[in-house]
Design a binder for this molecule. Structure first.
Ligand SMILES: *[C@@H]1O[C@H](CO)[C@@H](O)[C@H](O)[C@H]1NC(C)=O
Ligand SMILES: *[C@@H]1O[C@H](CO)[C@@H](O)[C@H](O)[C@H]1NC(C)=O
Length: 394
């Protein structure tokens, strides 16, 4: 009997997009929120489609799924995508979403995307937890619901799909959020199945009223700073000026380098369409210049956009952002040690200054404990208190 020699071929693994997914060493990441159908169409070509539809877009790396807008008790809301889910019988505010589950797996396996679950949003009103212990228990619950399968009996909205991390998008006070964040970070770091990422989406006003103390006490991998709806937004970037009086990416870069994770990536968060996310949409040469300027800071990780439905209704915009990101930054001002020569001039400044005469735009900060910026609103807006740390022009 002749011996049969077997030639073992290599089992090749298909790696479709080596560049897809969050790359902590890149300044060209693009993150786009999905889930809220913010463009607002209930039907037709601009209505929000299922998650995997967008994952075939090779410009997109990270998709925060929005929102888990209640934690204790748990609540989910995915706008029209929720219509394809069913409520859990014992947890009627929580959606059992087989389609999103399958889509997350497709986005991860076929397209290599990083899928985060975004916690909070503007409709989160639970105010956090009354003790650190309650906050830690809530973090464990969120982990059991969306993290690796452990055999714990719990309603899992995305079934056996496992997200790649979590995003904190809290816009109001959340008591004991640092304890919640620290517990979640600990669970993520202890996991062995894959690397999990922790993200936050503060407003550009520094420090952020809702997430500020958590940003300083927990290590984050990426912060998707909302450079919109506030005075510090991208539309107030002064093209051609090496120092900025309103746009404050430099402040966030400083925070990043002294934070618990000095390698945290800071994203330039922008509206994906006119009117998306309120005020502050920019495009064309203004956006290109703001991206080139931000790219000079070593913490710059890329661009975040709100949100997917707005982006897909704005033909050509993602290609524009990707193109802006691909331009290499100028070698000057790349380090924090760059000397800035301040020329004292008697002519009037071409842009707003922090002293008299500056008027704050709608939604911009105009007051609050610790705030030292301009306090006068642009007409017809008035400065309205939103709590101890926050007043804005409305
Ligand atoms: C809902 O499911 C239908 C049928 O699979 C699909 O065509 C549609 O895109 C889904 N909608 C969303 C928002 O996921
Ligand atoms: C969630 O939905 C799936 C598919 O419809 C179903 O098989 C499963 O039993 C549901 N889970 C619960 C706990 O209701």
């Amino acid at each position: 009997m002749a011996s049969v020699s077997l030639i073992l071929g290599f089992v090749s693994t298909i790696i479709p997009f080596v560049c897809a997914g969050f790359d902590p060493s890149s300044s060209g990441n693009i993150a786009v929120y999905w889930g809220q159908n913010s463009y607002g169409q209930g039907s037709g070509s601009f209505a929000q489609k299922n998650l995997a539809y967008y994952c075939s877009n090779t410009d997109i790396d990270i998709i925060p799924v929005a929102f888990m807008n209640g934690i204790t008790p748990p609540i989910t809301n995915f706008a029209n995508a929720g219509d394809n889910c069913t409520a859990f019988p014992d947890n009627t505010n929580l959606l059992n979403c087989t389609q999103i589950s399958n889509d997350i797996k497709t986005c991860q396996k076929t397209y290599g995307k990083t899928i985060l679950l975004s916690l909070g949003g503007a409709t989160y009103t639970q105010g956090g937890w009354s003790s650190t212990g309650d906050a830690q228990n809530a973090a464990q619950t969120v982990w059991n619901m969306f993290g690796p399968l452990t055999g714990v009996q719990i309603d899992r909205p995305f079934g056996d799909a496992v997200v790649d991390g979590f995003d904190f998008d809290f816009e109001s006070t959340v008591n004991n959020l640092p304890a919640f964040g620290a517990k979640l970070r600990g669970l993520m770091d202890a996991a062995v199945d894959k690397k999990y990422y922790l993200s936050a989406a503060p407003q550009c006003v520094f420090p952020d009223a809702a997430d500020g103390t958590t940003l300083d006490s927990v290590a984050f991998d990426l912060v998707l700073v909302q450079f919109y709806n506030n005075w510090c937004e991208t539309s107030n970037f002064q093209v051609g000026s090496s120092t900025q009086t309103a746009f404050n990416f430099d402040v966030w870069d400083n925070w990043a380098k002294s934070s618990l994770n000095p390698h945290v990536k800071v994203f330039l968060g922008i509206p994906a369409n006119t009117g998306a996310a309120g005020a502050g949409y920019t495009s064309g040469s203004q956006l290109k210049a703001a991206i080139a300027y931000s790219k000079q800071y070593s913490s710059f990780g890329g661009v975040m956009m709100w949100d997917m439905s707005q982006l897909y209704a704005n033909s050509g915009f993602i290609e524009e952002v990707a193109s802006d990101l691909s331009v290499s930054s100028s070698p000057t001002a790349t380090t924090t040690t760059t000397m800035v020569t301040v020329t004292v001039s008697t002519t009037s400044s071409s842009g707003p200054s922090s002293s008299g005469g500056t008027l704050v735009a709608q939604w911009g900060q105009c007051g609050g404990q610790g705030y030292t910026g301009p306090t006068q609103c642009q007409p017809p807006y008035n400065c309205v208190s939103g709590g101890q740390y926050w007043s804005s022009c409305q």
